[in-house]
Design a protein around this ligand. Structure first.
Ligand code: CP3
Length: 346
């Protein structure tokens, strides 16, 4: 069956512009908090296919989005390559032993063997595929990965960072070592995405959340080319599966964007008209409401109308320009989704 979301990814006409939200399964939903409590903690939830599938579906049922995004985390990949991962309350993700030397990289599991360890992700996808097919309501399932650069920032720093100083020291003083990490992660991610597709996702998105940490002149060398390598590997094998690229905060790189993929995710710091002028003919654009507008229904409606005015319901998917925050009222998220579907209805 043809799905509205998949059609939109390929730039086909749809009855309205489909909408989903980055981080749509999460803490702003009381129902998510309930299931997370049942699982014990966040990582247990990622490792439990039945519960992970349940929270994946919550935003479809509660908020009315047009696509579900697999519930997991980008950091399960380095975790299964052999890096012990913890989520510490109030501090976010922590890797106990960050990658420092070449020997540390060599010690990590690579290639298909690492991707094979993510069985709980593929199990979750299989449950979701079956359930979505049973429902038969045209909702798509999005699989995802972190971009090699964004994953490497956590592997090298050991946790989230404001300065990226350890990664950048490596970038400028030992670029070969950074490339070795990026290449190893890229190999794992290719197999990981392939296995997500084989398990049943309809679309994949590559999140480069920390793209803006790289100076524009170095962005291709240290991130984009690896994302394109993954996208082109997948497009050669699965031309019917759309690939979405989301490099956050790189307007200065937009004129240099290249590669075989389908959708470019526009973050909230880049005006939609600016992205449309540069990329709108070659790629479908996704985005890009500033997520904090969700605190006000009026601010939300205004922004949705402006985006619709710019995109005219063509070659566009509605989304936020980054993830939804935990203290957003659920009714405001529902309002956003309804407004996107209302203004774009043909
Ligand atoms: O709904 C969805 O979008 C699917 C699930 C999803 C999660 N993480 C769940 C999650 C996705 C796609 C991600 C991707 C992810 N994880 C990214 C890239 C996307 C982005 O927002 O830019 C990044 C950088 C991570 C790493 C990560 N995971 C961080 C920094 C944190 C802590 C954030 C925080 O606010 O505490 C996580 C944890 C995480 N991943 C949560 C969820 C729902 C919160 C965990 C919880 O307490 O329940």
């Amino acid at each position: 069956m043809s799905k509205i979301f998949v059609d939109a990814c390929f730039g086909k006409e749809t009855p309205y512009t489909p909408v989903w939200m980055m981080r749509q399964a999460g803490r702003y939903l009381p129902e998510y908090m309930e299931v997370r409590k049942q699982a014990g903690n966040f990582l247990n939830l990622c490792h439990n296919p039945k519960l992970a599938a349940e929270v994946t579906l919550q935003p479809l049922d509660i908020v009315g989005v047009d696509a579900a995004i697999l519930f997991s985390d980008i950091l399960v990949v380095p975790n299964e390559m052999g890096m012990k991962l913890d989520f510490v309350k109030g501090e976010g993700p922590i890797f106990e032993k960050p990658v420092v030397t070449e020997a540390d990289i060599d010690a990590l599991l690579g290639g298909e063997a690492a991707a094979d360890k993510l069985t709980y992700v593929y199990e979750t996808i299989k449950i979701l595929r079956e359930e979505l097919d049973r429902r038969g309501d045209e909702k798509a399932l999005i699989g995802f990965t972190g971009a090699p650069w964004t994953l490497a920032t956590y592997m090298i720093e050991g946790h989230g960072t404001k300065t990226y100083n350890i990664c950048k020291k490596m970038m400028y003083s030992n670029p070969e070592l950074l490339h070795k990490i990026l290449a190893k992660v890229t190999e794992v991610v290719k197999f990981y995405m392939q296995k997500q597709i084989e398990a049943g996702v309809d679309v994949v998105q590559i999140f480069d959340s920390w793209a803006a940490a790289i100076e524009p002149g170095k962005y291709d060398e240290f991130s984009w080319k690896y994302m394109v390598e993954i996208a082109e590997y997948l497009k050669a094998k699965y031309p019917h599966i759309p690939v979405i690229m989301f490099p956050k905060g790189i307007p200065a790189f937009l004129d240099k964007v290249y590669g075989n993929f389908d959708v470019f995710g526009v973050d909230w710091s880049t005006p939609m008209a600016f992205a449309k002028a540069r990329l709108g003919e070659k790629y479908v654009l996704q985005g890009n409401m500033e997520p904090c507008r969700l605190y006000s229904k009026e601010a939300t409606t205004k922004c949705v109308e402006v985006i619709q005015e710019t995109m005219q319901g063509k070659r566009h998917i509605f989304n936020l320009g980054h993830g939804i925050l935990p203290d957003v009222p659920v009714e405001n998220a529902i309002h956003f989704v309804k407004e996107c579907q209302r203004v774009s209805k043909k």
